[in-house]
Design a protein around this ligand. Structure first.
Ligand SMILES: NC(=O)c1ccc[n+]([C@@H]2O[C@H](COP(=O)([O-])OP(=O)(O)OC[C@H]3O[C@@H](n4cnc5c(N)ncnc54)[C@H](O)[C@@H]3O)[C@@H](O)[C@H]2O)c1
Length: 281
């Protein structure tokens, strides 16, 4: 059978490989004949090429992890993330956004060549990136890890002055996903010049550890809309992200793609002028 997706023998690096969508992605990639390098802070139990422990919120840990990765990477899947329920604002953004930004800017620019592809896991919660781009700009435009962390420190200081209480980490979650989407747009031209594609998948509610954590934080009323709809399964996000990084998507770049069974379309249609207040720094 022809390898239409083009994963046979390809070096694929996946963050968040220990559970949920990242694990489901690794399993499919293995079935497709890819050479999978799986990264996570938690233990990974998959028969991949290499399992690599990493804390995306710690630059030194990312640097150490990349000493264990091949010099050439064909496909990168940035899937790891925290919900913001158990982590504060700054840690949430550092893991979800800054760690992946650092990998893309400092490592993938060096280790990926013509024909390479990057796909990230954003969120339906990242909607509003365009409307909040000015707030996001210091974080997205900062050059280098230290400057990005400095921009984040300044945002965190402003957030600390607001009374977000236990919702502060969740503010960080939304901000991190918006920043990631905006960063994809920023990097599209840079990578296009090098023959590399970059896209971001934006999932709706998917049954993983994260949805359990959000359910523990948000009250029943806030979760009601989500409970009535079916949660996606992790494999239903693995499929789209694998497609985005596949040869079948060879003309697709710079896209943010909602995989939410139409939730964003419904929101846009029913409330096209809605305001995005959640990241109110
Ligand atoms: N589940 C949902 O409803 C939902 C919705 C939209 C977006 N997402 C996004 O999907 C992605 C995957 O999450 P999931 O739902 O599969 O949850 P998950 O908790 O099953 O997977 C997240 C993985 O990230 C890893 N991780 C957490 N902190 C890390 C760190 N500091 N360094 C390295 N790895 C770390 C975890 O150990 C875990 O294996 C996340 O980026 C999340 O924001 C999830």
């Amino acid at each position: 059978m022809k390898d239409y997706l083009g994963y046979q023998g390809k070096i694929c690096v996946v963050t968040g490989a220990a559970s949920g969508m990242g694990k489901a992605t690794c399993e499919m990639l293995l079935d497709l004949g890819a050479k999978v390098y799986a990264m996570d802070i938690a233990e990974i139990t998959l028969p991949v090429e290499k399992c690599i422990k990493v804390n995306l919120g710690d630059k030194a840990s990312v640097d150490e992890a990349f000493t264990q990765l091949p010099d050439h990477i064909d496909r990168f899947f940035g899937i790891a993330g925290v919900s913001g329920v158990k982590t504060d604002f700054e840690t949430t953004v550092a893991i979800n956004f800054v760690g992946h930004k650092y990998i893309i800017a400092d490592y993938l620019t060096q280790r990926m060549g013509d024909g390479g592809s990057i796909a990230l896991m954003g969120s339906l919660g990242g909607t509003g990136w365009l409307e909040t781009r000015e707030e996001l700009s210091p974080l997205v435009e900062a050059q280098g890890y230290e400057a990005t962390m400095k921009a984040l420190d300044e945002m965190a200081a402003r957030v600390a002055k607001k009374d977000y209480g236990k919702m502060a980490g969740l503010q960080g979650y939304f901000l991190s996903k918006r920043a990631m989407t905006w960063y994809v747009k920023k990097m599209t031209a840079f990578f296009a010049d090098r023959g590399i594609r970059i896209n971001i998948i934006c999932p709706g509610s998917t049954q993983t550890q994260l949805t359990d954590q959000w359910a523990s934080l948000l009250d029943a009323k806030a979760m009601q809309g989500q409970k009535e709809a079916r949660y996606a399964q992790p494999s239903e996000m693995a499929g789209p992200i694998i497609f985005a990084n596949s040869d079948m998507a060879s003309y697709m770049s710079g896209q943010h793609i909602y995989i939410d069974y139409g939730q964003n379309a419904i929101n846009e249609y029913t409330n096209p002028t809605r305001e995005f207040k959640l990241v109110s720094l």
